[in-house]
Design a protein around this ligand. Structure first.
Ligand code: TXA
Ligand code: MG
Length: 321
């Protein structure tokens, strides 16, 4: 199968209506989408990614209103979060209705719902009469794509179409939130920070990233978001040895001793939002440069820095021990 990259929403819609899988841009990362009400179409997502069926999918909608037939209830505190952060990088876990096929939730009773902001995918969502099931459009365990070219590299030949919306604005996956005993719980750190959630709900939510209970989120898989090149944190005390085989991903250019071709600067200004935008692109880019080792700076544990550190903890774990 030849994979076409284009900007034709209508083409994407026609393929989705036929039960095909299409890569879509969102403001977080690219998704691998199918008609969320068509089980055989959804199965193709798992096949293309090589993802186990035990890992549930998020349903994407054009608006909060359009989620309503698919959720049993919308608790007011979560509705408040939706009103503040939708369209945007927030996924809510809500009790599902019968309309949601079991394959979407891996049999769990809650479904992840999200209203993305990216303009092309909004147009697409408004043109179809079903929600789009979509995980990140990477092969299972690999770095999520934030550009159409990242998707193409991983999934060329496996899907018919990639809708190219340019580089993703947020660059890190959505924050996943739900309720337990009327308390807001964050299950995956992401594009909406813990502090932002707290500012709406009035308290710091509990983070259950590493919980051993269901639900199983990719946040729980130890080795995730990982490049192929051995990847480790850059310690502050690290002294550069003029080794051409080392690559560096830095928040800002605070290491003038490292040659330009060996480093990727995430944000000249040291801005965390800009760094998040560029983080996965930097990992994709540096991973293909054939360094024997990649070093990355740890971010300050605040706002998006916490979300980015979460991903780096997982990426570096792959190469520990
Ligand atoms: O930003 C995002 O959320 C992107 C874009 C494409 O929307 N999507 C994304 O999907 O990151 P994915 O599948 O790569 O990660 C979503 C995680 C999965 O690891 C899954 O385990 C968890 O969310 N999840 C989805 N539905 C769930 C459910 N019903 N209960 C518990 N966890 C769920
Ligand atoms: Mg993913």
């Amino acid at each position: 199968m030849e994979t076409v990259v284009g900007i034709d929403c209508n083409q994407a819609r026609l393929l989705l209506e036929k039960g095909e899988v299409v890569a879509i841009p969102t403001e977080t990362v690219y998704g691998l989408a199918a008609n969320g009400l068509n089980e055989s179409a959804v199965q193709k997502i798992f096949q293309a990614k090589g993802r186990p069926l035990s890992n549930p999918l998020i349903l994407h909608f054009s608006s909060k209103e359009s989620t309503k037939p698919y959720v049993l209830e919308f608790p007011p505190i979560l509705e408040k979060l939706a009103d503040n952060f939708w369209p945007g990088p927030l996924t809510l876990l809500l009790k599902k209705t019968q309309l949601v096929p079991a394959i979407i939730t891996s049999g769990l009773d809650r479904v992840g719902v999200r209203v993305p902001a990216q303009p092309l995918v909004q147009t697409l969502l408004q043109s179809v009469d079903f929600p789009l099931a979509a995980p990140s459009a990477n092969l299972y365990g690999m770095i999520s794509p934030t550009q159409a070219s990242h998707v193409y590299k991983q999934l060329n030949g496996k899907i018919p179409y990639i809708l190219d919306g340019g580089a993703c604005e947020n660059g890190i996956e959505s924050t996943i939130v739900g309720l337990e005993n009327d308390q807001v719980v964050v299950y995956r750190l992401g594009g909406v920070s813990m502090e932002q959630v707290a500012s709406i709900i009035g308290y710091m939510p509990e983070l259950k990233n590493h919980s051993e209970n269901q639900p199983l989120t990719s946040g729980m898989v130890k080795h995730h978001y990982a490049p192929n090149t051995p990847f480790t944190y850059l310690e502050k005390t690290f002294v550069f040895q003029e080794d051409k085989n080392d690559g560096f991903i830095l928040l800002k250019d605070n290491r003038p001793e490292i040659p330009a071709e060996q480093k990727y600067i995430l944000s000249e200004k040291g801005d965390l939002k800009e760094a998040a935008q560029n983080l996965y692109a930097a990992m994709h880019f540096m991973d293909q440069k054939h360094f024997s080792k990649l070093y990355i700076e740890r971010f300050e544990e605040i706002g998006l820095g916490t979300s980015m550190n979460d991903r780096l903890n997982r990426a570096t774990k792959k190469f520990e021990g």
